[in-house]
Design a protein around this ligand. Structure first.
Ligand code: SF4
Length: 262
């Protein structure tokens, strides 16, 4: 494998939502490449903020690395995440196909929802078994404060993209809302919008992993959760799997950079 892509596979790590999650990083960059620059991002500030899709890691590299990793690790799911926004990889669909051909494990993608208004991105994402989209705001103003999106991204396009994707996607579709002090008082408005998207599940989260943002307390998150009553919700504080527990099956030296894992 080329030295540049040695960290294309990482983990497995324990995900509170997915169990033992073997990560695939379709970006594999030194600095984060993302369409957002969230205030709570565990990877720090975005090095390249973009909405341009391109190929970062060739499918052959993923195929080889995944085949090697699967010989020695046990996982519950293969998850596309890593050092940026997975839908920026314009070969994401091909990479998901490679993952599905490599094992019988379900394939998940963690996305920030910013490119789902694009037909090509939706089509590729729809090849996955599980998709988790992000929605932390109820309007452009809060989106800008929390997610600091690329200037070409608008709140209305995100919502339209999520609704279209929901109609087209036959797999399991979850919406994650990351609560931080900036959006905790808007949980009612956010819940109303989430309800119109009709996800299979809503994941109520707050940054318990190392993050520049202050997480909400258990009590604060319980209060927020009440706004989502009637929806199928999971909350990070109530998760069965401890959010901070990492499985270092491949060894710490192979997870040399922090990757986004949940
Ligand atoms: S949390 Fe995700 S969407 Fe937000 S800046 Fe980090 S990688 Fe991008």
């Amino acid at each position: 494998m080329s030295d540049n892509f040695r960290e294309v596979i990482y983990g497995p790590v324990f995900s509170w939502r997915l169990g033992r999650s073997l990560g695939v990083d379709p970006i594999c960059a030194e600095g984060k490449i993302c369409s957002f620059d969230c205030v709570y991002c565990s990877l720090g500030r975005t090095a390249m903020k973009t909405v341009d899709r391109r190929t970062f890691v060739p499918a052959k590299t993923v195929e080889r690395a995944l085949g090697e990793a699967l010989k020695s690790v046990k996982a519950d799911v293969i998850t596309f995440s890593g050092t940026g926004e997975p839908t920026l990889a314009k070969n994401l669909g091909e990479l998901i196909e490679v993952a599905k051909e490599s094992s019988d494990l379900p394939v998940a993608v963690l996305t920030n929802s910013s490119l789902q208004f694009r037909k090509d991105a939706r089509k590729e994402l729809a090849k996955a078994d599980i998709v988790k989209g992000k929605l932390d705001a109820q309007n452009d103003e809060l989106l800008k404060r929390i997610n600091r999106p690329h200037e070409k991204i608008s709140f209305s396009e995100i919502i339209a993209g999520l609704k279209k994707f929901r109609k087209e996607f036959t797999g399991r579709f979850a919406i994650e809302v990351m609560f931080v002090p900036e959006n905790k008082d808007f949980s009612g408005e956010i819940a109303e919008i989430v309800e119109t998207i009709e996800p299979d599940e809503v994941q109520i989260n707050t940054p318990l992993r190392p993050s520049p943002a202050t997480p909400l307390t258990r009590e604060e998150l319980e209060k927020v959760e009440k706004s989502f009553r009637g929806l199928n919700c999971r909350s990070v504080y109530k998760a069965r799997i401890p959010a901070r527990r990492y499985l270092k099956v491949l060894g710490a030296e192979k997870i040399r950079r922090l990757k986004r894992v949940d």
